[in-house]
Design a protein around this ligand. Structure first.
Ligand code: HDE
Length: 709
C-alpha cells in the first residue's frame, strides 16, 4: 500500500496539528485514520480510532459509567498527569530561541569553541523568570529576574544561568533553602504570593547582614523591569576562561540590552499586575512575533590573579561586584532572540538549566555559591522532569554530536543499537575519551584544613551597599526609600523593622532616617554591629543607575493613543508615522470596542477599549480626541485614570487642544511641565517624539509624590 503524507491529503503542512504529526510518524494504516474530508480521525494514544468523544460509556441513558471505557480512562488519566512539579524557585518564566554571535576571536583567553571565530553564530535558548512567585503569579512582582541562557555550542551545552542583578542574598549555598523559605508564602497561612513584603522575609534579611548589598538592588527599580528586553543580565559569580596553554583568566559575564535599561514605577507595577498579569510575557511575544528581535551584548570583565589579590573585595564573594569604572567590561558578542517556542511546555517548561554545563575553555572559580549551585541543579531536574533522561528532550539535548554509554531509565528515547555499552571494549566500537579535546579543569592548587567558616575577606557587608545607593540618581534613591518603606510597612513585628533600619544606618543615614520617619519611629535605633566599618571612600559608579543607562530614543517602546470619534485624521497619521519611524510601536485606545471614525470619515481600528487599555501598559500616551466627543469621554473614570496615572507615573503626555477638558477632569490641566506637550501640526509631533526618548519626566515626581517617600 502506498503511504500518503498528510500534506498530500489537501491540507497545508504549516497548519499541521499534533495529530497530523503523530499520524505522519505512524508506520502504517494511515489510510484508515482519515475521514472522507481528509481530517484526521481522533485516536487514543495507542492509535485506536475513537467513535464518540462527547459521552462516556454508561448503562442506559441515566445509568452508571462502565470501567471498560478505555478511551475515557486513558483521556482522564493523561489529563490527571499533565502537570510536572513547578521549579522550586524561578517557577514563572518565559523563554525564546535565538543565537549568539561572536564578535572577535577570544582565543588568547579561552579555548571555548564558540569564542574562536569572528561572526560565528551559535544557537541559544533563553528563559527569563521571577524567583519567588509560583507559575501562575503575575509578572511585575518586586523580585529578581532570572536570565538563564543555554548556548548549544559545538562542544556541548553551556548554561550561563544568571540573574538581572549582579549580586546575591547569601555568600554560601547552604543558606539557599533558608532565604527561599523566608521569601516564599509563609508556611502556615500560604500567603503572600510572589511578594517579599512580609515578616518572614524581612526577619531573615534583618538577621543576615551579608544580604544588604542585594537588598539595595532588590529595593531599587531593577526589581520591577519594564520588559525583559530592557534589563541587564549577569553571570554573578567569577568564572574562569582557560586557553589552549592551560592559562586561566578570571571572567565576569554581563548581558547589556541594546535598547537600554528601563523600569516601571512601583505604583505602576501594582496596576500593571491587575491590568495585564502577563505584561512581560506579552511584551516578549509581541516584539519577537512582530520581528523586533531583542538583542543584548555579551560583555566580559577579564582579570588575572594579581588584580584579584589587589581588588578591595574578594572576587569569590557573590555579594560583591567589580565596578565597571574600575574594570570596564569588553564586548565579545551579541545575543539575539528571534523565535518563540512552538510549545511552551515542551520547551520553556521542560528546559533544564545547570550551572555545571560548561564547555572546554570555561571553568569555575571557588565561589562557594557557584560550587553549591553546581551540585544543586542536577537534583532539581531529576525531581522536576521525573527521571535521568531529561537530556533526551529536544530542548535539553546538545545540538552537537554526542556519544556515551548511559542507557535505559524512564522514557529513554535514544537507545543505541548493537552490543557495545561499555568501554574499554574489545569490539573496537563506541566513543572514547579524549584527553586533548575533553574538558580539563584548570589545575588550581588547593590546600588547607577541612573547615566550616566564612572567610574574613567576605566580611564587609555594607560598603558596596552604600556604593550602590550613592550611585543612584535622586529619583532612584527616592524609589529605594519608598520600596523599603512599603515593604517594612507590611512587617507586623516592630523589632524586625528596627533591625532593618539599624542596617540602613550603616548604609546611608539619610536613607535610614527617611525610612524610619515614614515607619513612624520616635527615635533612631543604634547602627547594626558591623564586623567591618562601612567604607565611605568608594566612588559612585554611574553604571549602577538605570536612569544613567537608559535609552537615548523611544525605539522599542510603546505609545498608547487615546482617540475618539472625530479624531483629526492627519494628526493621527502624522503621529503614528513618526512613532513607526522611531522604530517604536503604538496602540490605539477607543471609548468602545472596535474603533472610531476619524475626521475624514475613515475608520480607525482600536487595539483596546478604554477599560482594557489603561495607561500603565504604555511608555507614553497621547490623547487625540474631538470637541464633540470629549465631554462624554471625560465622564468615564477609566479615561480620567488614563490621564491621571500617566501624569503621576511621570510619563510624557501629548494632546491636542480638544483633549483639554479631559486633562482638566483628570486634575492635570494647569500642571504644565516639559512632559505635557501640545500636538499641533508636525512641529508638535516631532517635539513630542524626540522628547519621548527620555521616557519619564522625573522632575515632576516630587509634585505627584509617587511612592510617598
Ligand atoms: Fe538558582 N536554582 N540557585 N540561582 N537559578 C534554580 O534550578 C540554586 C542562584 C537561577 O529558567 C533551580 O532548574 C541554589 C543564583 C535561575 O529554568 C535550582 C542556589 C543565581 C534559575 C536552583 C541558587 C541563580 C535558577 C530551580 C544557591 C543567579 C532558573 C529550578 C547556591 C546567578 C532557570 C531549576 C530556569 C533555578 C538552585 C542561587 C539563577 C533549585 C542551590 C546566585 C536564572 O536548582
Amino acid at each position: 500500500m502506498v503511504k500518503k503524507s498528510v500534506a498530500s491529503r489537501g491540507r497545508k503542512s504549516s497548519t499541521a496539528t499534533i495529530h497530523d504529526q503523530i499520524l505522519e510518524r505512524g508506520d502504517g494504516g494511515e489510510l484508515h485514520q482519515f475521514a472522507e474530508d481528509g481530517q484526521p480521525i481522533l485516536t487514543t494514544a495507542q492509535g485506536g480510532p475513537v467513535a464518540d468523544d462527547q459521552n462516556s460509556l454508561r448503562i442506559g441513558a441515566r445509568g452508571p459509567l462502565l470501567i471498560d471505557d478505555f478511551h475515557f480512562r486513558e483521556k482522564i488519566f493523561h489529563f490527571d498527569h499533565e502537570r510536572i512539579p513547578e521549579r522550586v524557585v524561578h517557577a514563572r518564566g518565559y523563554g525564546a530561541h535565538g543565537f549568539f554571535e561572536t564578535y572577535e576571536s577570544l582565543a588568547a583567553y579561552t579555548k571555548a569553541d564558540l569564542f574562536q571565530r569572528a561572526g560565528e553564530k551559535t544557537p541559544v535558548f533563553v528563559r527569563f523568570s521571577t524567583v519567588a512567585g509560583s507559575k501562575g503569579s503575575f509578572d511585575l512582582a518586586r523580585d529578581v529576574r532570572g536570565f538563564a541562557v543555554k548556548i548549544y555550542t559545538k562542544e556541548g551545552n553551556w548554561d550561563l544561568v544568571g540573574n538581572n542583578i549582579p549580586v546575591f542574598f547569601i555568600q554560601d549555598a547552604i543558606k539557599f533553602p533558608d532565604v527561599i523559605h523566608a521569601v516564599k508564602p509563609e508556611p502556615d497561612r500560604a500567603f503572600p504570593q510572589a511578594q517579599s513584603a512580609h515578616d518572614n522575609f524581612w526577619d531573615f534579611i534583618s538577621l543576615t547582614p551579608e544580604s544588604m548589598h542585594m537588598i539595595m538592588w532588590v529595593m531599587s527599580d531593577r526589581a520591577i523591569p519594564r520588559s525583559f528586553r530592557f534589563m541587564e543580565g549577569f553571570g554573578v559569580h567569577t568564572f574562569r576562561f582557560v586557553n589552549t596553554k592551560d592559562e586561566s583568566t578570571f571572567v565576569k559575564f554581563h548581558w547589556k540590552p541594546k535598547l537600554g535599561l528601563q523600569s516601571v514605577a512601583w505604583n505602576e507595577a501594582v496596576k500593571i499586575n491587575g491590568a495585564d498579569p502577563d505584561f512581560h510575557r506579552r511584551d516578549l511575544w509581541q516584539s519577537i512575533q512582530s520581528g523586533n528581535f531583542p538583542e543584548w551584548e555579551l560583555q566580559v570583565q577579564l582579570f588575572d590573579q594579581d588584580f584579584a589579590d589587589n581588588f578591595e573585595f574578594d572576587v569569590l564573594d557573590p555579594t560583591k561586584i567589580i565596578p565597571e569604572e574600575i574594570l570596564p567590561p569588553q564586548p565579545v558578542g551579541r545575543l539575539v532572540l528571534d523565535r518563540m517556542p512552538d510549545n511552551f511546555f515542551a520547551e520553556t517548561e521542560q528546559v533544564a538549566f545547570m550551572t555545571q554545563n560548561v564547555p572546554p575553555g570555561i571553568d569555575f572559580s571557588n565561589d562557594p555559591l557557584l560550587q553549591g549551585r553546581n551540585f544543586s541543579y542536577l537534583d532539581t531536574q531529576l525531581k522536576r522532569l521525573g527521571g535521568p533522561n531529561f537530556t533526551h528532550l529536544p530542548i535539553n539535548a546538545p545540538k552537537c554530536p554526542f556519544a556515551h554509554f548511559q542507557q535505559d531509565g524512564h522514557m529513554a528515547m535514544r537507545n543505541p543499537a548493537g552490543r557495545v555499552n561499555y568501554q574499554p571494549n574489545s569490539w573496537g566500537e563506541g566513543p572514547r575519551e579524549s584527553p586533548t579535546n575533553g574538558h580539563r579543569p584548570f589545575a588550581s592548587e588547593e590546600q588547607g584544613e577541612k573547615v566550616r567558616l566564612r572567610p574574613e575577606s567576605f566580611a564587609d557587608h555594607y560598603s558596596q551597599a552604600r556604593q550602590f545607593y550613592i550611585s543612584q540618581t535622586p529619583p532612584e534613591q527616592r524609589h529605594i526609600a519608598a520600596a523599603l518603606t512599603f515593604e517594612l510597612s507590611k512587617v507586623q513585628t516592630p523589632v524586625i523593622r528596627e533591625r532593618m533600619v539599624s542596617h540602613l544606618m550603616n548604609i546611608d543615614q539619610t536613607l535610614a532616617s527617611t525610612v524610619a520617619q515614614k515607619l513612624g519611629f520616635q527615635s533612631m535605633p543604634e547602627p547594626a554591629e558591623a564586623a567591618v566599618p562601612t567604607r565611605h571612600d568608594l566612588e559612585p559608579s554611574p553604571a549602577l543607575s538605570i536612569v544613567e543607562r537608559g535609552p537615548k530614543r523611544f525605539e522599542g517602546r510603546k505609545l498608547g493613543i487615546l482617540v475618539t470619534d472625530g479624531v483629526d485624521a492627519s494628526l493621527l497619521k502624522g503621529l503614528t508615522t513618526a512613532i513607526t519611524k522611531e522604530k517604536a510601536v503604538f496602540e490605539v485606545i477607543a471609548p468602545k470596542v472596535g474603533g472610531v471614525t476619524a475626521s475624514d470619515g475613515t475608520w480607525v481600528e482600536a487595539h483596546h477599549m478604554i477599560d482594557g487599555g489603561p495607561s500603565v501598559l504604555f511608555d507614553a500616551v497621547a490623547m487625540l480626541t474631538s470637541s464633540a466627543a470629549i465631554d462624554d469621554l471625560a465622564k468615564e473614570a477609566t479615561a480620567r485614570d488614563f490621564v491621571a496615572d500617566a501624569f503621576q507615573h511621570c510619563k510624557f503626555i501629548g494632546y491636542d487642544q480638544s483633549a483639554v477638558p479631559l486633562l482638566e477632569k483628570a486634575g492635570v490641566a494647569g500642571m504644565e511641565d516639559e512632559g505635557l506637550i501640545a500636538l499641533p501640526g508636525e512641529e508638535g509631533i516631532s517635539a513630542f517624539v524626540s522628547a519621548l526618548g527620555k521616557l519619564r519626566v522625573w522632575a515632576r515626581e516630587p509634585s505627584v509624590k509617587l511612592g510617598k517617600a
